[in-house]
Design a protein around this ligand. Structure first.
Ligand SMILES: NC(=O)C1=CN([C@@H]2O[C@H](COP(=O)(O)OP(=O)(O)OC[C@H]3O[C@@H](n4cnc5c(N)ncnc54)[C@H](OP(=O)(O)O)[C@@H]3O)[C@@H](O)[C@H]2O)C=CC1
Ligand SMILES: O=C(CO)COP(=O)(O)O
Length: 329
């Protein structure tokens, strides 16, 4: 039986625990709230996220002790939003992940350092790239809970690890495929959240599907320009880990990033949108990191710039959409 640590108690962590435990891996599940652990042990479901999913406690072991969870596992999945990762794992010694395969389920970056999660683990915890995987692909936790057909891509420089992790995930409603473009899909997963936010803003302002379609096609060019500058490699950007994930996030009713953007377009402040959502829209943090990172690369990124200006420079969403409107073809 594979022993897997899952760090995080939100919706994506809950969906991954469902998939992996139903396939009979032993899950050591770290949640930050002791009350959630107690609730799970008593009632067999997460009280606050995807609470309709019930777990078999023969396979799912919830804990509040992070060090013990990591120590007991061969694979460690990080599933807390990027902005909180540093804090979440700060109590662990720098050697805690030695010999483990790290799997980032996070579609966000480390604020301030403006780096990918895998780069952060390599730099601060000495985890070699060969011992890292990322989970990508168009997949909303809510649809996993409903057992709707979904597709995941596991990125890694080590295709043996990626293949093994795919086997752990595959089931009746999840197909999983390996891919060697670890950094490309990690960056793309971050950037699609920014674009989904832009789509939500446009929708909130009253733009329709015609404009959104042009936004998304321009976004693919923007993503390609950025990836080519930062991580040049031949990649098929119409694959589901790239275009597919952008589409689901830009169009789905479940998308946090689109919902957040929609509220901003309708006139909410950032604070009130965050308060109302009660979940995390990674694009809010990511746009700052990508914008700052791009000061080095100087790629033409009009959509990212617009979202940054709206969220961090308090420029009116209507003004920024007018600029994009003129720029798009
Ligand atoms: N949801 C999805 O469908 C998918 C999500 N992802 C990615 O998974 C990652 C996790 O997101 P997701 O599960 O959706 O998150 P949710 O929005 O469902 O839940 C928020 C999570 O963030 C935690 N949190 C909130 N505030 C803080 C804080 N100040 N310090 C520490 N932790 C905090 C919450 O902990 P608590 O409950 O204890 O407050 C909870 O675990 C993200 O990178 C997301 O992009 C990837 C694919 C699909
Ligand atoms: O990455 C996701 C779906 O693939 C989740 O996107 P949201 O965080 O916008 O809901």
């Amino acid at each position: 039986m594979e022993k897997i640590a899952v760090i995080g108690g939100g919706s994506w962590a809950t969906a991954l625990v469902k998939i992996l435990s139903e396939n009979k891996s032993e899950i050591h599940w770290w949640m930050r709230q002791q009350d959630d652990v107690k609730h799970l042990l008593q009632y067999r479901h997460n009280p606050r996220y995807l609470s309709g999913v019930s777990f078999d406690l023969n396979y799912v072991k919830p804990f509040n002790d992070l060090a013990a969870v990591v120590k007991a596992s061969d694979w460690v999945i990080l599933a807390v939003p990027g902005a909180f990762v540093q804090n979440a794992i700060a109590s662990l010694p720098k050697t805690a992940f030695e010999g483990k395969v790290m799997v980032s389920a996070i579609k966000g970056m480390i604020p301030d350092e403006n780096c990918l999660i895998t780069d952060y683990l390599e730099k601060h915890y000495n985890v070699p790239a060969s011992h890292q995987c990322v989970i990508a692909g168009p997949c909303h936790a809510e649809e996993v809970a409903l057992e709707k057909q979904s597709y995941l891509t596991i990125g890694s420089h080590d295709l043996d690890h990626a293949n093994r992790f795919c086997e752990l995930l595959r089931n009746r409603y999840v197909k999983a495929n390996p891919l060697d473009d670890l950094d490309g899909i990690e960056y793309c997963a971050v950037m699609k959240n920014i674009i989904a936010m832009a789509c939500g803003i446009a929708h909130g302002l009253g733009f329709g599907d015609n404009f959104q379609a042009v936004m998304v096609s321009n976004a693919m060019d923007e993503i390609e320009r950025f990836l080519t500058a930062v991580m040049p490699q031949h990649r098929n950007l119409v694959g589901s880990a790239y275009l597919g994930d952008l589409l689901v996030t830009a169009y789905s009713q479940f998308s946090r990033n689109r919902t957040f953007g929609n509220m901003i377009g309708r006139g909410y402040s950032v604070k009130s949108a965050q308060f109302e959502m009660n979940m995390i829209a990674e694009g809010y943090y990511a746009v700052k990191s990508i914008f700052e990172l791009n000061k080095t690369y100087k790629v033409d990124m009009p959509i990212t710039t617009a979202v940054y200006n709206i969220l961090y420079e308090r420029i009116s969403p209507a003004v920024e959409m007018e600029i994009l409107k003129e720029k798009f073809k």
